[in-house]
Design a protein around this ligand. Structure first.
Ligand code: NAD
Length: 504
């Protein structure tokens, strides 16, 4: 598919041009070719979208629809989405450089599945929860009502545009909110296509779901600061996350943040190396390392270090770097030339810091794809945890392998990071691995696995990796206000002991 896809803004159920008539182009990271032309929303467009979402919310047309019906409508959309997995996967491959294998089996397929599970779970959780009967200070039957926040903003990054949008859209819509999504300018196409699918389905009233691509500094800042927005859900860098918190603070918005990471992947000395070694490469090199929770710091016991490095290098050198649309490709392109340059700079930094480059460390030119941004899977040995390549998020296919003498030391180094998003432990002894997992200060730890995220389990960060959780019951609750309703069981005046307190 080499056609250029064109998208307008989706505001209030209409596809419209941007107020200033501006558009921007997006490029295929494998070729550099233009693949999309998208209306570029500015502050005025964002305000229109926010007003539409506010109006839709306040009308009750979606927010007061019975939960079961909202979830049913979402289930109908899921049926439509199932027919679109192939097309959406192509879009994600051409716009965001997902290998077509990963898009089909993982990033798009999982996003569609998460939509279904979250819509269903919101219905099962319901909107009312009784609290236990309490005798003192007065006999009360009370209950908690879960109510939508109102107008929710979703600001998403370029690396996994579709699934990260679904993690916000599914719980927000299932619980009755209206929303506006702003995808990243590098990779807006799958979100814009999803907006089109939503609109054409006729299942969602106008204004409930709006898509406004645009620059972070204008459209994004309007979304994070506008007084009519009740909640901001942001996924992106820690630096911009800090800014989002500042922008949201004057109007005291609810904010959830999914930010950067530098996750530790600990191989214990009893790990099954036949799984742990390829598992560690999967933990780092999936999507060329452009994943927030990538296990980019591998901790390896001194007794196994040389063997593990040698086997990692051999495996890494067998991975096929190539264009995203090629089913044979293991490692696709980096999203953009600027990301390529960042990765290359960190490789220089690693060498200057004294780490030993054992494989990779340079770009690859693929014949016929000279405009692509391909980088070899790269491994550094002899890395110290204090080095910048072990402390800073590179967001590329670069693995730092760190030697440890005792498990205690490995845990200490794993936790010596401003981030706390993910992590892995590899061992044949599950109780032992659980003991290590408990002590890692991150929101997710995989044991003998990596990257697999369940729709019903929470995902999010400790420390500077974020605030709040996405997915599962935890993610759904982030889109609901908690209202306590108190029902008195002592209606007669002479039973009202507080009248005596007040002297009334
Ligand atoms: P980014 O922070 O540069 O941008 C993310 C989004 O914020 C984009 O839509 C961008 O346009 C918008 N934005 C930028 N400046 C803004 C501002 N001042 N106000 C409002 N919005 C603004 O991140 P990125 O480069 O697109 O993505 C890579 C980063 O995302 C990495 O740090 C990665 O770790 C992180 N990430 C985190 C998770 C997670 O779940 N924790 C998942 C994926 C990516």
């Amino acid at each position: 598919m080499s056609d250029v896809r064109e998208y307008k803004l989706l505001i209030d159920g209409q596809f419209v041009d941007a107020a200033l008539g501006e558009t921007f182009e997006t490029n295929d990271p494998s070729t550099g070719d233009v693949v999309g032309r998208v209306a570029k929303g500015g502050r005025d467009d964002m305000r229109k979208a926010i007003e539409a979402a506010r109006k839709a919310f306040d009308s009750g047309v979606w927010s007061e629809m019975p939960q079961a019906e909202r979830s049913q409508r979402m289930a109908k959309l899921w049926e439509i989405l199932m027919q679109k997995v192939g097309d959406l996967s192509q879009i994600e491959a051409l716009d965001a450089g997902h290998t077509i294998r990963m898009a089909n089996l993982f990033s798009i397929a999982l996003g569609v599945e998460h939509w279904r599970v979250i819509a269903d779970l919101a219905n099962k959780l319901g909107e009312y929860q009784p609290v236990p009967f309490q005798e003192f200070p007065a006999p009360v039957w009370g209950g908690v009502r879960r109510e939508p926040y109102g107008v929710c903003a979703a600001i998403t990054p370029w690396n996994f545009p579709f699934i990260l949008m679904m993690w916000k859209a599914a719980p927000a819509l299932a619980t009755g909110n209206s929303m506006i999504v702003k995808p990243a300018t590098y990779t807006p196409l799958s979100t814009a296509e999803f907006g089109k699918i939503v609109q054409e389905s006729d299942l969602f009233p106008p204004g409930v779901f709006n898509v406004v691509p645009g620059a972070g500094g204008a459209a994004g800042e309007e979304l994070a600061s506008n007084a009519m927005i009740d909640k901001v859900a942001f996924t992106g860098s820690t630096e911009v996350g800090r800014r989002i918190m500042q922008l949201a603070s004057p109007t005291v918005k609810k904010v959830t943040l999914e930010l950067g990471g530098k996750s530790a992947n600990i191989l214990l000395d009893d790990a099954d190396l036949d799984v742990a070694i390829p598992g560690s490469l999967w933990a780092t090199f999936l999507h060329s390392g452009q994943i927030c929770h990538s296990g980019t710091r591998a901790f390896v016991p001194a007794s196994l270090y040389d063997e593990v490095i040698a086997r990692m290098v051999e495996l890494a050198e067998g991975l096929k770097v190539g264009p995203a649309m090629d089913f044979e490709t293991d490692i696709g392109p980096l999203v953009h030339k600027s990301q390529f340059d960042t990765v290359d700079r960190y490789v220089q930094i690693g060498q200057e810091e004294g780490a030993k480059l054992v494989t990779g460390g340079e770009g690859v030119t693929i014949p016929g794809y000279e405009g692509g941004h391909f980088y070899k899977p790269t491994i550094f040995a002899d890395v110290k945890n204090s080095m910048r390549i072990a402390q800073e998020e590179i967001f590329g296919p670069v693995l730092s392998v760190i030697k440890y003498d005792s498990v205690e030391e490995a845990i200490e180094m794993a936790n010596d990071s401003i981030y706390g998003l993910g992590g892995g432990v590899w061992s044949r002894d599950i109780p032992r691995a659980l003991g290590v997992a408990k002590r890692i200060r991150t929101g997710t730890v995989w044991i003998n696995d990596y990257h697999l995220l369940s729709a019903v389990a929470p995902f999010g960060g400790y420390k500077q990796s974020g605030v709040g959780r996405e997915l599962g019951e935890w993610g759904i609750r982030e889109y609901q206000q908690t209202k306590y309703i108190h029902v008195d069981q002592t209606p007669r005046k002479d039973q009202k002991f507080w009248l005596q307190i007040a002297g009334l």
